[in-house]
Design a binder for this molecule. Structure first.
Ligand SMILES: CC(C)(COP(=O)(O)OP(=O)(O)OC[C@H]1O[C@@H](n2cnc3c(N)ncnc32)[C@H](O)[C@@H]1OP(=O)(O)O)[C@@H](O)C(=O)NCCC(=O)NCCS
Length: 191
């Protein structure tokens, strides 16, 4: 079962988590933290889990819940909104990732050149960006090479992605409340 939830600032949510000690905390960082953890909390409740403490929301290695390594999880936050995804690990699902961006965000060519490659194929530059970010989050746990993992290591082919020699997966894009939300699921490991 794959569950994802979207939370935006408009909801006026009453959800006050203790914010981790962070000398560089700002109001924006705090709202991103709150929104994304609220989205995760909603996912877990929909999955039949109780959420009683901050420990229930902790993610290990950007991959699975600290309290349950069979439950895959990923977060994203951007201006005004956040989202989360959780799913049970299986022999057909090894990792999940999520990203959300404002639909009117323009991806400038200088940025595009930094993360795209000639084999990439996506509906728009924004779809490509969200696909790369979601796929990166779903895959980073499996990257064990010395070389730093970067977005250019991922090839996007419409609704699928691949890291040659490592893994492959599927993508789903959805327009939601003025945001593009993209989910990535690692479905094959070539290990
Ligand atoms: C890891 C990365 C995808 C995070 O994206 P972001 O735009 O900073 O932020 P998002 O809101 O989309 O997601 C943030 C969440 O991603 C998750 N995350 C961070 N690093 C992660 C990783 N290595 N793997 C999986 N998830 C990760 C965290 O939960 C984080 O939220 P938190 O800090 O509140 O816990 C981004 O830093 C990235 O693209 N790295 C690759 C570097 C690269 O190739 N750069 C060239 C680019 S132009």
């Amino acid at each position: 079962m794959i569950i994802w939830k979207f939370i935006d600032d408009k909801g006026g949510h009453d959800f006050n988590l203790p914010y981790p000690d962070d000398p560089s905390q700002t109001a924006i960082r705090k709202s991103h933290f709150q929104n994304s953890r609220l989205a995760l909390s909603e996912c877990l409740k929909a999955h039949g889990r109780q959420v009683e403490a901050i420990e229930d929301l902790m993610i290990r290695d950007h991959h699975c819940l600290k309290k349950d390594n069979q439950l895959l999880a990923s977060l994203a936050h951007t201006r005004g909104a956040a989202c989360a995804i959780v799913a049970t690990q299986s022999d057909k699902l090894h990792g999940v990732g999520i990203d959300c961006e404002q639909q009117d965000r323009v991806i400038r060519h200088e940025i595009l050149d930094k993360f795209s490659g000639e084999l990439d194929d996506a509906e728009t530059n924004l779809h490509l960006w969200c696909a790369k970010e979601a796929a990166f989050k779903a895959s980073s746990f499996f990257w064990k090479k010395e070389k730093t993992f970067i977005l250019k290591d991922i090839i996007i082919k419409k609704d699928t992605f691949e890291i040659p020699g490592l893994l492959a997966g599927e993508l789903e894009h959805e327009n939601f409340s003025g945001y593009l939300v993209t989910k990535a699921m690692v479905t094959q490991l070539f290990l």
